[in-house]
Design a protein around this ligand. Structure first.
Ligand SMILES: [Zn+2]
Ligand SMILES: [Zn+2]
Length: 274
């Protein structure tokens, strides 16, 4: 079960499977709109609610702020929705940029969340074994079809111990010397094979950091725009990964403009509009 809280005053949105993670994130976010309501006086911290008569005084500053955040959240708690998907915010079709460190739990959580509605799962990745393992671990059953586009030689060699007999797996090898337009054409061809059959297409695009390293940003941006248009025409839900530890904020901001939604994923929650 996924919960969602949306701020009434700005585009901030948080999703989580845990209500306590929603309460923490929403409380501290709402406080950011009411900083002037917290004052320090005689070694004490004092807060007063902008919505009601309540106020508080605390000797421990952190505890005081936390109490105020909890109180602010109580005013909006009834607006927390349940049983949602992040993709609801874009009508379940389009591209989402996921900002998370490579190899992090948050990134895997985002992958599983975005892949789960898919009948046809399409990975563009340099780590096919890890992605197949993730599907095997996280989903109750294999997607109707799983397609892996990769430059990795012997892509399934590392997972010979897994039983893939029910996986309906197809591997498409990409030549690492290919230019972006050839990569785009290959993805488009694969999407074309499945767009009218076999259910929702979800695409996981892992190789954005590699592309940014190899090509100039403007070229990558144009490629993403064309690719996103193609996938959206196929009614696909796609997500693309960037790593904020290795990519500059300005690069991420430029890339973000190619997509319908941009989220930060950590091990407890997803956040947009921050
Ligand atoms: Zn806000
Ligand atoms: Zn109040």
């Amino acid at each position: 079960m996924v919960y969602r809280f949306q701020c009434r005053r700005c585009p901030f949105t948080v999703w989580s499977t845990r209500r306590d993670a929603i309460a923490d994130a929403a409380g501290s976010h709402i406080l950011s709109h009411y900083r002037e309501r917290v004052t320090k006086q005689d070694f004490r911290i004092r807060w007063s609610c902008p919505h009601c008569e309540r106020s508080g005084q605390h000797h421990d500053g952190d505890a005081g702020v936390e109490r105020f955040e909890q109180h602010l959240f109580e005013h909006v708690e009834s607006s927390v929705e349940s049983g949602v998907h992040v993709a609801d915010d874009i009508d379940r079709t389009g591209g989402v940029l996921v900002r998370a460190p490579r190899g992090s739990t948050g990134l895997d959580n985002a992958r599983v969340h975005f892949l789960s509605p898919g009948g046809v799962v399409l990975f563009v990745t340099t780590a096919p074994a890890e992605r197949i393992r993730l599907l095997d671990d996280a989903l109750n059953e294999w997607p109707a079809r799983t397609i892996i586009l990769t430059t990795k030689p012997d892509p399934l060699g590392d997972i010979s111990e897994l039983d893939l007999s029910a996986a309906s797996l197809e591997v498409v090898r990409l030549d690492s010397r290919l230019g972006l337009s050839e990569v785009g054409e290959t993805i488009s061809r694969v999407v074309g094979e499945y767009e009218d059959v076999g259910g929702k297409i979800v695409a996981a695009f892992d190789i954005l950091p590699e592309l940014v390293e190899k090509f100039d940003l403007q070229t990558v941006f144009k490629f993403l725009h064309v690719l996103d248009t193609r996938l959206t025409r196929a009614d696909a839900l796609s997500h693309y990964h960037v790593d904020p530890r290795t990519q500059s904020q300005s690069t991420i901001n430029v890339l973000g403009q190619a997509f319908d939604l941009s989220i930060v994923a950590d091990d407890r929650r997803f956040v947009a509009g921050e």
